[in-house]
Design a protein around this ligand. Sequence first.
Ligand SMILES: O=C(O)C(=O)C[C@]1(C(=O)O)C=C[C@@H](O)C=C1
Length: 307
Amino acid sequence: MPRIAYFGPQGTFTEQAARAFATNGSDELVPVATVPEALAAVRAEKADAACVPLESSVQGSVPDTMDGLAVDEPLVAVGEQVIPIRFTVLTRPGMARHEIRTVASHPHALGQVSRWLAENLPSAAPVAATSTAAAAVDVTEGRYDAAVTAPVAAEHYPLDVLATDLADVRDAVTRFLLLRRPGPVRPPTGADRTSLIVEPDSFRTGSLAELLTELAECGINLSRIESRPKRGRLGEYRFYLDFDGHIAERRVGDALAALYRRCREVRFLGSYPNADASMAVVPPNNTDQAYADADAWLDGVRSGRSA
Ligand SMILES: O=C(O)C(=O)C[C@]1(C(=O)O)C=C[C@@H](O)C=C1
């Protein structure tokens, strides 16, 4: 039975994403306490896949996931889910609003309802928990008075619902990845995303611009670029790139090979169907057919069959 480790405990938004990935009825969803634990479970072959949050449209990237993907044995994404984020506030049973002194949640969640908290629970101190559902556990066990959670947490924990459908930013979404140990890459769908981590030569003028030019020349549309410090010396960074396209396409293969030649390190993070099923727009001179025609012409010139 395939096991999917997810950032839990039960009742997180990540569980909601894991359920969306678990299309196979026999998938077993296994909650773990942290993102690093979910990644470690896959690396240690205790789970077949990990479901983790990658980025919030409001709070930005999830550092544990970004850093965990850059080190140790490589993992690759095989799918993504983008989930709308609306929060519920759960309280200890019977507690009146004016009695609430502490409100716990994942820092990303607290950041997404800070206006609501200031207006509705002004005397409650926000407290960071490892996840939204871990905050619900804390409230259940009496450590805090209220928790900002995913709606589904109300079904798992014996708490009162104080408010639902909260979001300072109405259209907030979070993007989640399903990660596996590397294996043969699944065939392209035409609506694919490829993710990479690259480490350019940070001391050479223009090295990042050169990488971006390689992508542009291969007709590749970059959808995200983000840097994270390498944690060693100040000034050394890794760049996380997401772009439209699949490694099986010639333009993407050529671009990856060019980045490999130019970078200190390239880590492939997967080619997988994008969540909104939007088809990649491939410039006419970067289609697989355009490359095949150019190869045929070159072979002809080299062999003397044509000029
Ligand atoms: O704590 C959870 O429920 C999570 O799934 C994590 C997480 C996050 O890391 O951003 C996911 C979505 C929300 O933005 C808040 C928290």
